[in-house]
Design a protein around this ligand. Structure first.
Ligand code: HQG
Length: 181
């Protein structure tokens, strides 16, 4: 993505996941907002975005972070929310038998003691492959990867969800289901 696409993607992540109120937006409980209102509010806060450019950001985004409704009138972030305005209604899905979580070495001891916690986000984010997990972990420091025994978690009644952009989510992973790779 070019710099402008990246900057707009970051701005959209900020308002659609974390701080919609910062530009006077209200999201519905599933995270949707009218594109017209988003563009109007963005313009009023010195972040003018054309409809065509918004379309490009959605289509070219490396992680498909944003979803347009079928008729194109609404937009939302696919996952990663922290705002209390949103409670995405995910349907539980059966995950692969193993998923991965990339994090950084400074979190190792805390994670081994408490398990994986969602923190400020609404879910713990899990990856289907090791390479992706490493990239996620490297955002925080020296990457380490935990393997998650999802098969055992399913037996114990834990639920997993898959976002529109193929990120695996769950509420909490207790330490007994984690092993460092
Ligand atoms: C860690 C990006 C101490 C956790 C990525 C992580 C992902 C603990 C950090 C998405 C802990 C939270 C999410 C515990 C978890 N003690 N540390 N008990 N439990 N942690 O950024 O998973 O670019 O909120 O390991 O690709 O790194 O935004 O979560 O290191 O999909 O689209 O606390 O964000 O996508 O960090 O990343 P984050 P994450 P986007």
């Amino acid at each position: 993505m070019n710099d402008n696409l990246t900057a707009t993607s970051k701005f959209l992540s900020y308002v659609l996941r974390h701080h919609p109120e910062s530009i006077g937006l209200t999201l519905d409980t599933n995270g949707w907002v009218d594109v017209d209102i988003l563009l109007q509010q963005a313009a009023q806060h010195n972040r003018p975005i054309s409809r065509e450019f918004l379309q490009q950001v959605v289509e070219q985004n490396s992680k498909k972070r944003f979803t347009l409704s079928e008729d194109g009138s609404q937009i939302r972030a696919a996952q990663g929310h922290s705002t209390a305005q949103v409670n995405l209604s995910f349907t539980p899905v059966t995950p692969p038998e193993i998923l991965y979580h990339g994090t950084a070495s400074q979190f190792r001891d805390s994670i081994l003691a408490q398990g994986l916690r969602a923190g400020s986000r609404h879910h713990v984010h899990l990856s289907a492959d090791i390479a992706t997990a490493k990239q996620v972990g490297a955002r925080h420091g020296k990457p380490i990867v935990f393997q998650i025994n999802t098969a055992a978690m399913l037996v114990a009644g834990y639920e997993f969800y898959l976002s529109d952009n193929q990120v695996w989510l769950t509420n909490h992973v207790p330490p007994e289901y984690l092993s460092e790779m």
